[in-house]
Design a protein around this ligand. Structure first.
Ligand code: AMP
Length: 221
């Protein structure tokens, strides 16, 4: 049976960073809805243009488009063993749709690590975040700068600040998260798959907490 992990938490808490590390450690594919939208934008697809109009305002892209994009992605052969979902679902309608689509793959959401941190930490992390243009590798101007300013250590592409990582936009995205995504905490707690993780810890310690939560949930099954 495939394994699906949903990383839940506010913008800037470190979901992308941790998803990449977990993907390496577990061999599961990292599927980030934000990265998929940004890739569409880079390739100037119709979906990218549509998503941009919402992303620029710090708002959520409509559920139907987002759900279809994720469904297409996790249907690919490289997700046969499952996936680490980062940034999806973000609304109860997306969570319901995910449940239905995973049934088609004979799977279900196995674990939902819910990573939290105080708002000041989120603003500091997202506000100082720099992202690699080619593959979305993540840096922080203070905590984890690339070796050469503006250049990704891993693939040599340009490292830039996302428009929606500017401080005013981060605050708006946190508000959207509280209103539209927070209900998923109770949704997944009710399903018995939620694991609370302290995202204020150093990156390595968050990874350790995540790995032990995944281990615990796989033993419980
Ligand atoms: P992220 O990279 O996860 O911070 O996402 C960046 C932006 O992409 C968000 O602010 C939304 O505009 C859009 N987005 C990403 N994931 C979703 C989703 N699951 N539902 C709706 N919009 C999303």
């Amino acid at each position: 049976m495939p394994t699906y992990i949903v990383l839940l938490g506010p913008p800037g808490v470190g979901k992308g960073t941790q998803a990449r590390i977990l993907a390496e450690k577990t061999g599961l594919k990292h599927v980030s809805s934000g990265d998929l939208f940004r890739e569409n934008l880079k390739n100037q697809t119709e979906l990218g243009q549509l998503a941009k109009s919402y992303m620029d305002k710090g708002e959520l892209v409509p559920d139907d488009v987002t759900i279809n994009m994720i469904k297409a992605r996790i249907s690919q052969p490289d997700c046969e063993a499952g996936a680490i979902l980062d940034g999806f679902p973000r609304t109860p309608a997306q969570a319901d749709a995910l449940e239905v689509m995973l049934k088609d793959f004979n799977g279900a959401v196995n674990t939902v690590p819910f990573i939290t941190a105080a708002e000041e930490i989120l603003v500091e992390r997202a506000g100082g975040r720099w992202t690699c243009r080619a593959q979305g590798h993540i840096y922080h101007e203070k905590f984890n700068p690339p070796k050469q300013v503006g250049v990704c250590d891993i693939d040599g592409s340009e490292v830039y600040q996302r428009d929606d990582d500017k401080v005013e936009m981060v605050a708006k995205r946190i508000r959207v998260y509280i209103e539209q995504t927070m209900p998923l905490v109770e949704y997944y707690r009710g399903a018995g798959v939620l694991a609370e993780i302290d995202g204020a810890q150093a990156v390595d310690n968050v990874t350790q907490s995540l790995l032990s939560a995944l281990d615990k949930s796989s033993k419980a099954k």
